[in-house]
Design a protein around this ligand. Structure first.
Ligand code: GCB
Length: 641
């Protein structure tokens, strides 16, 4: 059943052109309070025509390439108040309150007229970015609402629009600036922007963000998942200044099958027909000027005399410069061609094998959400040491730093939305949310050459409702980005006799099929891998998960579960098995590093961590790491390329 809280949010969070290429966004901006009259009107409008109702809401655009724009960082200490019952955020019906926390920042708590029992100014602080669970021991297992607040000085400039950019907040967020409700957002791993131009003033301003990490039946992910529900403002927060009309979306990709043709588009928010847009790649001596159409969109084509194509061995990035009206935007982009031909994956026209590993966004050594260059560098250094060239970012879009680093370091990436196992596929609102998350992921990261595939889901049940839902989502991913293959990880292969057969119809709509299997851990003995044969679709296959748990330093015979020896033995048998799958084009063992999970509580062995890492959360490499490393190094798995 849909919770009232979620109905409220889905009513106000919509976008204009779900299927189209235009991709304009409306974060639900409520500068009006939810008065009964307003709610009634909204409901009537909604019933009459969702599209018409949405069209009347103010437009809010998702910014892209934010790390290349001038910005005022709002990272650092924010005051916080814990709202355990959510009573200050939600009405008893689950709607957002016209509440005082957001309005009354500076309280005279001892005065006669204000009986307030809270005060941000004297409240403790949490660091942003950062999850709250690892910053305050009393919040370690907290799931619920926390109110964040901070002051900032600001000087508005004429003709400049200012957006509050939130890199990610888990799971739902409600934003006020100077007491005015600006926007709300659902989804813990993608960015959102609230336009604050109208509410900012000279001098001291304040922002209040209520973040609710409560898991929802109709959330994505839903109630149960195998990673820690880190709550809070987990990624950077900033104020981003742009001119009145600005570049809010663009694409520049190598035309498939060529080595020197670039094609793309630029969209200028607020522009109409006839605005000149200049696109340059100076190092390749490329420049063109095109003009926007009535929707503010300008398509372009460029032909270079030659280009150094991006690849793991040569991760060449070019400076891309875009100018449109008053706005300029730079980016560092690689050009490469990724496509599927028969059972092959071709990078720049050549077949590749993806020597990969799955990676969770869990910080090495100190746990918590990854948000720093240091954490990213530690994780990617281990990926290189493994002789891997590919990471499956399971199960959600990572901090943008991870993708930038992958671009620079030549590591290829599978990027996924957190549609994990049991999702309310029969709920149309959940489809809308999934579609939003897919758009947000593609919009933020389409400029990253490292990303080879978009993944729409992990381990979903094989039934018609799920298949219809995900088929639509795959079509959507293709419509939004025709330059990348689409994948998903399936765990629906079944053992019949000695054959693992995958008949899941979802595989038919995927370009690349991910197969998760745990022979030797959840299924049979490790030696089952020796006798099993695979009946898989004639498409490129990636073994997107396999492995076993072991606590680093726990030793014993290969027959003893939880030991490094047992885990290593599972890997040996898996590696031998891979030779029996002719269309295997990649392997991503589960997982690079042990990670926190609420369901992994076996004392002395798990203690709150999923221990399938090749490396412990404290950076200790287990025997399986070296098995996989050798297999990748000497080509026992995947031919070096
Ligand atoms: C899976 C899931 C992954 C889990 C893993 C496990 O199949 O995709 O999220 O963490 O198995 O360790 O059980």
């Amino acid at each position: 059943m849909t919770s009232p809280r979620t109905i409220a949010s889905s009513l106000i969070c919509c976008k204009e052109d779900i299927g189209g290429k235009k991709m304009r966004w409306r974060t639900f901006m409520l500068q009006r309070v939810l008065s009964p009259n307003f709610l009634l009107l909204s409901a009537l409008l909604f019933l009459a025509s969702v599209t018409a109702a949405i069209a009347q809401q103010p437009l809010n655009t998702l910014l892209v390439d934010v790390d290349h724009r001038p910005a005022i960082s709002l990272d650092g200490p924010w005051h916080y108040l814990v709202d355990m019952t959510g009573a200050n955020l939600y009405t008893p019906q689950g709607e957002i309150r016209d509440n005082t926390y957001a309005l009354n920042q500076h309280l005279d708590v001892s005065g006669p007229t204000k009986p307030a029992e809270y005060n941000f100014a004297t409240a403790p602080t949490l660091n942003v970015p950062g999850d709250w669970n690892t910053q305050d021991p009393t919040l370690f297992r907290y799931e619920g609402v926390i109110w964040y607040e901070r002051n900032f000085d600001f000087q508005p400039k004429p003709g400049i629009r200012t957006f509050l950019h939130i890199g990610a907040a888990n799971y739902r967020s409600h934003v006020w600036v100077n007491g005015k409700r600006l926007c709300d957002h659902e989804g813990g791993f993608t960015p959102f922007d609230c336009e604050a131009t109208q509410v900012l003033h000279s001098g001291s301003n304040f922002v209040v963000i209520a973040v609710d990490s409560t898991r929802l039946v109709d959330g994505i992910p839903a109630l149960n998942y195998d990673w820690y529900n880190y709550g809070g403002l987990t990624r950077d927060v900033s104020l981003v200044a742009v001119p009145a009309h600005f570049i809010d979306d663009y694409d520049a990709h190598l035309v498939s099958g060529t080595s020197n043709k670039i094609s793309g588009y630029v969209h200028v928010e607020g522009a109409s027909a006839g605005l000149p847009v200049t696109i340059k790649v100076p190092e390749a001596h490329l420049a063109t000027t095109v003009t926007t159409d009535a929707d503010g969109r300008a398509a372009f084509d460029l032909t270079a005399s030659s280009l150094s194509l991006w690849s793991p061995g040569s991760p060449k990035l070019y400076k891309l410069e875009i100018a449109a009206g008053q706005d300029t935007l730079n980016d560092d982009v690689g050009f490469r061609d990724i496509r599927v031909e028969g059972t092959h994956i071709l990078l720049n026209g050549k077949p590749i094998y993806l020597r990969g590993v799955c990676v969770q966004g869990e910080a090495p050594y100190h746990s918590g959400r990854v948000y720093s260059e240091k954490d990213v560098d530690t994780l990617l250094a281990w990926v290189h040491q493994l002789h891997a060239n590919f990471i499956r970012l399971a199960h959600y879009p990572n901090d943008e730093r991870m993708l930038r680093a992958a671009d620079r370091q030549g590591i290829m990436v599978w990027s996924e939305i957190p549609l994990w196992q049991h999702i309310a596929f029969d709920n149309p609102e959940v489809y809308t949310k999934a579609d939003f998350m897919l758009h947000e992921m593609i919009r933020r990261d389409r400029d990253k050459a490292s990303i080879l595939f978009w993944s729409v889901a992990n381990e979903t049940p094989n039934n018609p409702t799920r298949t219809e839902f995900l088929t639509r989502l795959v079509e959507q991913a293709h419509a939004l980005d025709a330059s990348r293959p689409v994948t998903a990880a399936l765990n629906t292969a079944r053992l019949e006799g000695s054959t693992m057969t995958l008949t899941d119809p979802l595989a038919q709509v995927l370009d690349v099929v991910g197969v998760n299997e745990y022979i030797g851990w959840y299924q049979g003995e490790p030696t089952l891998a020796d006798t099993v044969t695979w009946d898989l679709p004639q498409k490129p296959i990636i073994m997107s998960e396999f492995g076993a748990e072991a606590k680093a330093g726990n030793h014993g015979t290969i027959a003893r579960r939880w030991t490094e020896e047992y885990q290593a033995n599972v890997y040996r048998h898996q590696i031998d098995m891979f030779h029996k799958i002719p269309q295997l084009r990649g392997t991503t063992p589960w997982i690079l590093m042990d990670f926190r999970s609420p369901t992994r509580n076996l004392p002395l062995l798990q203690d709150g961590y999923n221990r399938k890492g090749l490396i412990s959360d404290q950076g200790v490499k287990k025997q399986a790491f070296f098995i996989m490393q050798k297999a990748y190094e000497d080509g026992a798995v995947g031919k070096p390329n």
